[in-house]
Design a protein around this ligand. Structure first.
Ligand code: TYD
Ligand code: MG
Length: 453
């Protein structure tokens, strides 16, 4: 008998390793590796997919793009994040912490789509009554087809009968297929179910929305293991306790990545925030040390965010904690501050945080993070009408960033008065009332700060 081959897949990040270990080598999560039997290549399709229309060869030049209409979700902000709406036959994964509002958002979108198309909402977590309660709360009275089921073969069988335009699977981690004997929520089950559903969607040109919980502690396989299979991945950001939710496209085959939309959770569901520019500022009446504002522009719109830093005498091993920013970048920024700014933090705990639970992935945040750290360390208040942005290189140079003009205009619109920016970004004409402080090296920014605060 042939020896069965196994590999070990991380439930958090989906990376596979040939051997078991206590910690995932890639994402460093503990105790998340799960044994997966590599299936022997079989030519036979799963039973559920057998009577689908066969795939056919087409000529590239015969395929007309105007056929590809986008289906609107009724939420213009969500459509924008998706790149203009849902594309026929596309598979979208929507991930986020439990309780953040995934089911709410999707139910709202389904209500809009259902006005013109048949939609099927499959819930493996909630009963039809629970979904109905939510619909009443959201004031939704559409005839959305509901199915409370976790058995994949039954779901596909029903989908073949009712031929919906859109299928929602809430959540993919509750689904089980006959083809796999592993526990529900395990890597094998989640992957197999997602693969079959995706194949079904592609062959029948159905739009598939899969909801996935992001799990802390790795009891369930996280949605990251599915990212490579699907066309678009949306993640919810922001804390479930707060009012605002950010939805970010981390992958999109039909639009821009990193596009975000902002929603506010209210009594009757999620309401889109059409001009979210300034909502992530803490709006303290009296500015305090350690805080500074930057303008990010990761998506197609600028956004004002506030970076806060706390630097304090370390009790033992100095801590470096960064929330909402890249953790590894913090160590680098502290090293550059030391080498090129003459500021030592090796005996200090350093915490940095972006207000409002939003994540900033762009390197244009370097300068503002370093200035906020200095502000906390020296206990000097940065005036709350200052902004900064710029990437700081390992040699202490401040590098230009994209879309500087747009960032400056946004800052001016919100009444900011001073902008510390890379020299390479000096605009031909500065926005009225905004003083531009161009810096070529980090020390110049630090100098300006110490002379003017
Ligand atoms: P839900 O969509 O069930 O979250 P998920 O599917 O991501 O687990 O949303 C749950 C939270 O949202 C819950 O704490 C209640 C809150 N909520 C509101 O504040 N307003 C509303 O109108 C609804 C429907 C939910
Ligand atoms: Mg839910």
């Amino acid at each position: 008998m042939a020896k069965t081959k196994v590999e070990f897949v991380c439930r958090e990040c989906g990376s596979s390793q040939p051997q078991w270990a206590g910690q995932c080598l890639d994402c460093k999560a503990w105790n998340t590796l799960e044994e997966v039997v590599l299936s022997q290549a079989t030519s036979s399709k799963p039973e559920s997919l057998k009577d689908l229309p066969p795939s056919k060869v087409q000529n590239l030049s015969d395929i007309k793009s105007e056929h590809r209409q986008r289906l609107t979700t009724g939420l213009t902000e969500l459509d924008r994040t998706l790149g203009g709406g849902l594309v026929d036959g596309s598979v979208v994964l929507i991930g986020g912490d439990p309780g953040i509002g995934k089911s709410t958002l999707i139910l709202q979108a389904m209500a809009a789509i259902n006005k013109t198309n048949t939609t099927l909402y499959v819930s493996g977590e909630e009963s039809a009554e629970q979904i109905s309660d939510r619909a009443i709360r959201l004031n939704i009275h559409e005839d959305i087809l509901l199915l409370s089921e976790t058995h994949l073969e039954k779901i596909i069988k029903l989908a073949k009968e009712v031929k919906p335009k859109v299928i929602v699977i809430d959540s993919i981690q509750t689904m089980v297929t006959d083809g796999s004997t592993s526990a529900p929520g395990s890597v094998t089950q989640v992957r197999d179910c997602a693969a079959q559903l995706t194949q079904f969607a592609k062959q029948t040109n159905t739009i598939l929305l899969m909801i996935g919980h992001v799990t802390k502690g790795g009891a369930l396989a996280g949605p990251r293991i599915l990212e490579h299979m699907v066309d678009a991945v949306l993640y919810f950001e922001g804390d479930a306790g707060g009012r605002y939710r950010i939805i970010r496209a981390v992958k999109n085959r039909f639009g821009a990545v990193n596009e975000i939309s902002v929603f506010a959770m209210g009594e009757t569901g999620l309401v889109q925030v059409e001009n979210p520019s300034a909502i992530f500022l803490s709006n303290q009446a009296k500015p305090s040390p350690g805080s500074m504002v930057m303008v990010t522009r990761e998506a197609t719109r600028p956004l004002m965010v506030e970076v806060q830093a706390l630097v304090d005498q370390a009790g033992g091993n100095p801590k470096r904690v960064s929330v909402g920013l890249e953790q590894n970048r913090l160590a680098l920024q502290l090293a550059v501050l030391h080498k090129h700014g003459g500021v030592a933090t090796h005996d200090q705990d350093v915490f940095v945080n972006v207000v409002g639970g939003i994540k900033v992935n762009e390197t244009a945040s370097d300068l503002v993070v370093m200035l906020a750290i200095m502000s906390s360390l020296r206990d000097k208040v940065i005036p709350n009408d200052w902004i900064a942005f710029g990437e700081v290189g390992l040699t202490g140079e401040v590098r230009p960033v994209y879309n500087a003009i747009e960032r400056l205009q946004e800052a001016q619109k919100h009444g900011f008065k001073v902008a510390i920016i890379p020299k390479g970004n000096i605009p031909k004409k500065a926005p009225k009332g905004l003083k531009i402080v161009p810096v070529e090296y980090l020390y110049q920014a630090l100098q300006y700060m110490s002379e003017n605060t």
